[in-house]
Design a binder for this molecule. Structure first.
Ligand code: IVH
Length: 705
């Protein structure tokens, strides 16, 4: 036995060879429990909390201790089983042949040792060991049984011995045939392979889940596992899973002489087989394939975590057989881990082009899968709270393909004081406007639309787009260039462009890409848009939730820029009549009303409106022909309490009929409709000679009596 270890090093950190037998026994017990816990998290809950590298380290330690003290191997040792027993909700399927796992290597020298072992085992001299190298798909294993060419059963790998019957779910995958193609089909054939989700589908799924406030999947593999284990296969179908075939289980007849030939047959039967699989003549080619796949892994549409090498000659595979839980004829040469731990220095808030505030973690730079990573996304406010990520924490960072690195979890460090919980700002860090979060939305958004620098270019581009101001010759490219030159920073600057042309650097006509003619054309195009229809104007402002249709509804209802603006200023107060009127418009609800209120509530936006109203003429909206009525085009004011309907409803009806509803009496008023207790408006109307109608008279006039 080795010398007694220093007392201050915890047993779990002592090297395997330094443990006393007693310590080793305790350590094996701890490892068995620990690994079982992580297996459950990984296989059953599809929610691992440690990285693959950390998990592998636990298993390696377990194996190292067992190798030194074989007498201590426990009956529940992780080395004697793979994964965990399946959950109860699906029928169990015992695999005809156990679904084995693979041994891993991390360096080329270990790959060389793998080929060396095979050479010795088979007693080969100079003969080359041909292998097939193929991407190791980061998904989950599945087995598909075909009888007389028909898919009869599909199962998950489960613990390798017993899986779950997920036939209905596997049938939703397009990459595997329901019926095998071809003529000479085996009576019984079990095809094995990997179920996975593409990165793009994973991203879209998580985006939807974030919007719905659901927990996000940590990576495509977890998302695929979660999707395959749905009790409702319609949900699985929507997740668009994929499958690569790479192996077999039970077979009624031999598959041929070579693995490469078998892959060919899988293709002929109608399976998707990874197109990157290659035959390697020896170690050199194998290493070369590894390096090429490592360099291109980020460009693939799915995650891979290494390269699997399989001896090509099937007679050799048979002779090689397997040891414990893995075949001797195959090995996984893993890529360097894409997860690592580092320190989170600061949480920054970035503002996107649409005003969404995204929290970003500034990290102590680390190398991750060959790339330096100094930042990671934290998605949104809820994710920060859910993971309880704080500045100063040690975190696990993951880079999944070309996706932006993410924070997977916080590493709990006993006894370490942590900083305070992160409070998400309610102001935009770029422009200081309020940042609000609407109900059902994951993101908080800046309301400073037109003045927020983070959103400016996008907003300006929208402002001049076809359904808005429609300024010819002013596209995204030009907007960006003018914005960089500080010639156009606010919408109003567009209309000042000609006048300020000689004040800001060289004249436009003298600049690269421009000439006398094109500059003149642009100025003319801008001048031509100094008159604009109200609905275009409203749409151009780019208020959230206000598309073209909604802008038209608003324009039709309020008729003039002033009426619209006044109404939404007042509608900020939700108890106001103006607010009630706004949401009484067919097609407009609290969401749009809220967005308008927020927009107009920002002083910056009001300034933009003031500026624009001095520069452009907003035309009154033409009343659509379809709503011709006796009150079309008339200005109506309601006062007092109405008996048959609320005032909001009366106004809404009047507007539908093409009347312009105003809040105050003037010489332009055509009718004052007076209910009970009319007050000062009646006096004023009488003084101005405005026609006064009772509620009954009004209803008669509009034909609604
Ligand atoms: S062959 C007996 N080939 O990796 C050998 N496995 O870590 C069976 N995997 O359980 C596996 N891509 O789920 C093989 N091209 C590939 C693979 C692959 C991914 C998975 C498989 C296996 C796990 C082992």
């Amino acid at each position: 036995m080795s010398a007694k270890p220093p007392a201050d090093i915890p047993v779990k950190e002592l090297a395997a060879e330094r443990l006393t037998a007693k310590q080793a026994a305790r350590e094996l017990k701890r490892l068995a429990e620990e690994i079982a816990k992580h297996d459950r998290l990984y296989y059953e809950l599809a929610a691992p909390v440690i990285s693959d590298a950390e998990y592998d380290a636990l298993r390696r330690r377990n194996e190292a201790i067992e190798a030194r003290l074989p007498g201590l191997v426990r009956p529940d040792s992780p080395s004697l089983r793979v994964g965990v027993a399946p959950a109860a909700s699906f029928a169990k399927v015992r695999h005809s042949k156990p679904m084995r796992s693979l041994d891993n290597v991390l360096e080329e020298a270990e790959l060389e040792a793998f080929f060396g072992r095979i050479r010795r085992f088979l007693g080969l001299e100079e003969e080359a060991i041909e292998s097939v190298g193929e991407p190791k798909i980061d998904g989950l294993g599945a087995a598909l049984t075909y009888e007389e060419g028909r898919l009869v059963q599909g199962a998950t790998r489960g613990d390798g011995e017993v899986g779950e019957d997920v036939t209905a779910n596997l049938r939703t995958i397009g990459d595997l045939p329901e019926r095998l193609k071809g003529t000479h089909l085996p009576k019984r054939l079990e095809v094995r392979g990997e179920v996975y989700m593409s990165r793009a589908d994973f991203k879209a799924l998580n985006e939807t889940r974030a919007k719905e406030g659901k927990a996000l999947f940590a990576n495509p593999r977890n998302a695929a596992a979660g999707s395959l284990r749905q009790l409702d296969s319609r949900i699985t179908a929507k997740r668009r899973l994929h499958f690569f075939a790479y192996g077999w289980g039970e077979l009624s007849e031999p598959v041929g002489e070579r693995y490469s030939g078998f892959l060919e047959r899988l293709r002929e039967w109608g399976f998707a087989v990874n197109p990157l699989a290659e035959r390697c003549a020896g170690l050199e080619e194998a290493g070369d394939l590894y390096r090429r796949l490592l360099a291109t892994r980020n460009k693939l549409p799915y995650d891979i975590d290494g390269v699997v090498y399989k001896v090509d000659r099937l007679d050799w595979q048979d002779r090689l057989g397997e040891v414990s839980r893995a075949p001797r004829w195959a090995i996984a040469y893993k890529f360097p881990p894409e997860r690592a731990r580092t320190k989170l220095l600061r949480i920054l808030i970035q503002v996107g082009r649409t005003g969404a505030l995204t929290p970003v973690a500034e990290l102590e730079a680390i190398r991750l899968a060959g790339v330096t990573v100094a930042r990671a996304t934290l998605h949104n406010e809820d994710e920060i709270a859910r993971k309880d990520v704080r500045e100063g924490d040690t975190v696990i960072v993951q880079r999944a393909g070309d996706v932006i690195p993410q924070i997977i979890e916080v590493v709990k460090e006993k006894g370490r004081r942590r900083k305070r919980r992160f409070t998400f700002p309610d102001r935009c860090p770029e422009c200081g406007s309020h940042a609000v979060r609407e109900e059902g939305e994951a993101a908080r958004r800046c309301t400073g639309g037109l003045i927020c620098p983070a959103q400016t270019v996008e907003r300006l581009r929208h402002f001049v787009s076809r359904d808005a101001f429609d300024i010819e010759g002013l596209g995204e490219k030009q907007i960006l260039a003018f914005w960089r030159d500080k010639r156009i920073e606010t919408p109003g600057d567009i209309f000042r462009l000609e006048e300020t042309d000689s004040q800001k650097g060289p004249k436009l006509s003298e600049r690269e890409g421009w000439g006398e003619k094109s500059a003149r054309n642009l100025f003319n195009a801008i001048r031509a848009r100094r008159r604009i229809a109200l609905h275009r104007f409203i749409y151009a402002l780019g208020v959230r939730h206000i598309g073209e249709t909604t802008a038209r509804l608003l324009a039709h209802r309020y008729g003039t820029f002033t009426a619209w603006r006044d109404a939404i200023e007042v509608a900020r107060d939700r108890s106001s009549e103006a607010y009630q009127e706004l949401i009484a418009i067919d097609g407009i609800g609290p969401k749009v009303a809220g967005a308008l209120a927020e927009f107009i509530g920002e002083p910056h936006n009001r300034k933009v409106l003031d500026d624009l109203s001095a520069l452009v003429t907003v035309e009154d909206e033409a009343i659509p022909a379809a709503t011709q009525s006796p009150v079309t085009g008339k200005t109506v004011v309601f006062t007092g309490t109405l008996a048959r309907m609320t005032r909001s409803e009366a106004k809404a009806r009047a507007q539908v009929l093409g009347a312009r509803v105003s809040g105050s009496v003037s010489a332009k008023t055509d009718y004052l409709v007076a209910g009970a207790d009319p007050g000062s408006k009646l006096t004023k109307a009488k003084g101005l000679g405005v026609r006064v109608l009772s509620e009954e008279e009004w209803l008669e006039l509009i034909g609604g009596g």
